[in-house]
Ligand binder design. Structure first.
Ligand SMILES: [Mg+2]
Ligand SMILES: [Zn+2]
Length: 272
């Protein structure tokens, strides 16, 4: 274990488009979507759209097929596999839904690289219709963050992960994202952390305008190739730093025991 937690947004970060728009557009329901958008929250609209698509004769299999051909930069999957192989703890925080994300990640063969997917629940009901629910029940218990949409505050999820990191001996977080919803979690990061906003996207604009509010290191990225490069370089740098720290610690301990301070317990004699 490397002690690093990598948190990925999904839409326009792991995949190159927004999965909600992708499904609606590919199944020919763009006009209806645009017509209904001003009348309800995005998350509720997606649930409604799944009903409309079913009425138009589209099946769960049609949705799965569309998801399996979602555009993704060819270096994203290798980047994720490398980070996982280097011992990082990878997680997703996304305002898409669990059905879309699981279908795509399984299809790409990288579902098992992620220890956790935090997103809006989604399931196929008894009428074979995909239902999409909000992550936070905003009618019953609103999250109260005014930077985030009513159904999800990504910053709160980051805080929850931070609270468990210490117990698990994990020290640093990297956060990768593009959207407005990725600004709030960027503000929760600490000095040793790192945020990678996608260049010229809303999160990048917000971070640049509010640089003094962001404690973490910031590095922009443009496409999957750049993402892979920066990500692996960061992991490498931290690994080198930590192994140097470790050898300094070991040196100190050695010096102490040589000096006869008795700081280290003596090994028991091996019985023959
Ligand atoms: Mg996104
Ligand atoms: Zn928030």
């Amino acid at each position: 274990m490397s002690g690093m937690v990598l948190v990925f947004d999904f839409d326009k970060t792991i995949i190159d488009v927004d999965s909600d728009n992708w499904v609606v557009d590919e199944l020919g329901a763009t006009d209806l979507f645009n017509q209904l958008l001003p009348t309800m929250p995005w998350n509720s609209l997606m649930d409604r759209m799944m009903k409309e698509l079913q009425t138009q004769g589209k099946t769960i299999q049609d949705i799965e097929e569309v998801l399996k051909r979602v555009p993704i930069h060819p270096r994203i999957v290798p980047a994720i596999k490398s980070a996982h192989a280097l011992g990082c703890d990878l997680r997703v925080i996304s305002d898409a839904n669990v059905f879309f994300i699981e279908t795509i990640l399984k299809h790409l063969g990288i579902r098992d690289c992620f220890s956790e997917i935090n997103t809006n629940p989604g399931y196929v009901d008894e009428e074979d219709r995909l239902r999409i629910l909000p992550y936070v029940d905003f009618q019953k218990s609103p999250h109260g963050c005014n930077l985030c949409p009513p159904n999800m505050c990504k910053g709160m999820i980051v805080e929850r992960i931070q609270a468990t990191m210490a117990k698990e001996g994990k020290k640093r977080m990297m956060y990768l994202g593009d959207g407005i919803g990725d600004f709030c979690p960027s503000l929760k990061l600490r000095e040793a952390d790192f945020v990678m906003p996608r260049k010229d996207f809303p999160a990048w604009n917000l971070i640049n305008k509010n640089r003094t509010l962001v404690k973490a290191g910031v590095h922009e990225w443009t496409d999957g190739e750049e993402l892979e490069h920066i990500l692996l370089q960061w992991i490498n740098t931290i690994n080198i730093e930590e192994s140097q720290l470790l050898s300094v610690e070991n040196c100190k301990l050695e010096t102490m025991s040589k000096a006869g301070h008795g700081a280290l317990p003596q090994p028991l004699p091996v019985p023959y």
